[in-house]
Write a protein that binds this ligand. Structure first.
Ligand code: SF4
Ligand code: SF4
Ligand code: SF4
Length: 315
């Protein structure tokens, strides 16, 4: 990881020094243990701030649409690059203005899992090989990285960047055996149990919309939940309003979700958002053999209408 971090700093510095880009978007040390924070680096001497570790969990593609007047370099994991491809395909990004610093990803560690396993407040954390070492005032615990990954990362099928201008580090082997294992687990439950699970999860939502803000594919100028004339769904924190929000958002991401898990990581209530989007990803895969954000120019099935296509659901 340290070698990779150094390579990112060198590339960031080189790009800014040479004037190839105006801005490098990457990660820096977070203000709390178990956190890395997105950082915007504008001067070559500030490239020293860039880091790379198991807590670089944000999908940095989320920032790219907002900065159109600059040449940007972005540090990108597999899922960030899938979002970049999907945004290019939706005509939201100009490929020529983005320099992609591709970084093969070993999976991001769920800071909440580490905090829960620790017997007290975690004050410092470090990585030693394949282990995470978390320390507090009177304890030091070790966790295997593989057992502490975010659910989306444990199920990741594209940890390596799918598009890049430079690739730093060696590509990694894919570890996920079944990307839809969690969805299948829920599909197997009786309908009443599935409905109860959905209702219970939705009910915990506080409608903070952090999931929407963290998602690179949620970019509507006016979200359907904020629309008042007409009002599409109930705006209160009621069961109907909360379930409408969860279902509406998942549907809007059908065939567009890149499986990054940024929504789930940002949720302060730790709601299981992965299974809803995962279920729709699975449907799109089974019906159309399509995975989002893999090929520039390949549009999502629901964005393509063929006048002569049938109305049944056969692929
Ligand atoms: S979803 Fe894949 S690429 Fe993205 S952070 Fe997780 S393991 Fe890395
Ligand atoms: S819905 Fe969640 S997993 Fe899908 S692209 Fe958005 S943030 Fe990533
Ligand atoms: S981040 Fe969580 S609590 Fe906030 S709106 Fe999304 S699902 Fe609800």
């Amino acid at each position: 990881m340290q070698e990779l971090a150094e390579a990112i700093r060198e590339e960031g510095k080189r790009l800014l020094e040479s004037g190839e880009v105006d801005l490098v978007i990457g990660f820096t040390v977070g203000t709390l243990p178990l956190r890395a924070a997105p950082v915007f680096v504008r001067r070559a001497e500030d490239a020293e701030q860039l880091v790379w570790n198991s807590f670089c969990e944000n999908n940095l593609a989320v920032y790219l649409r907002d900065i159109r007047d600059k040449r940007i370099a972005v540090v990108a994991k597999g899922c960030d690059t899938r979002a970049i491809v999907a945004l290019i395909n939706e005509h939201q990004l100009d490929r020529d203005k983005i320099h992609i610093i591709g970084v093969p990803c070993h999976g991001m560690v769920d800071r909440r899992t580490v905090a829960r396993r620790a017997p007290g407040q975690v004050l410092a954390v470090r990585e030693e090989g394949e282990e995470i070492v978390a320390e507090g005032e009177s304890f030091s615990i070790r966790l295997p990285r593989s057992k502490a990954l975010y659910r989306s990362c444990a199920a990741c099928t594209h940890p390596n960047p799918v598009i890049y201008d430079i690739l730093l580090g060696e590509e990694v082997a894919v570890w996920a055996e079944d990307p839809y294992a969690h969805v299948r687990e829920i599909e197997l439950k009786p309908a009443a149990e599935r409905a109860a699970y959905f209702a219970t999860e939705a009910q915990r939502c506080i409608r903070c919309y952090a999931c929407r803000q963290a998602c690179p594919m949620c970019y509507c100028e006016e979200c359907f939940v904020d629309h008042t004339t007409p009002r599409w769904i109930e705006s209160g924190v009621t069961p109907a309003g909360l379930q409408g929000w969860q279902i509406g958002r998942a549907y809007h991401l059908t065939g567009r979700c890149v499986a990054c898990g940024a929504c789930e990581r940002s949720c302060p209530m730790e709601i299981d958002l992965v299974y809803l989007n995962g279920k729709l990803r699975k449907e799109v895969w089974e019906l159309y053999g399509f995975q989002t954000g893999l090929i520039v120019g390949e549009l999502p099935p629901l964005a393509v209408f063929q006048p002569d296509e049938g109305s049944d659901s056969t692929p």
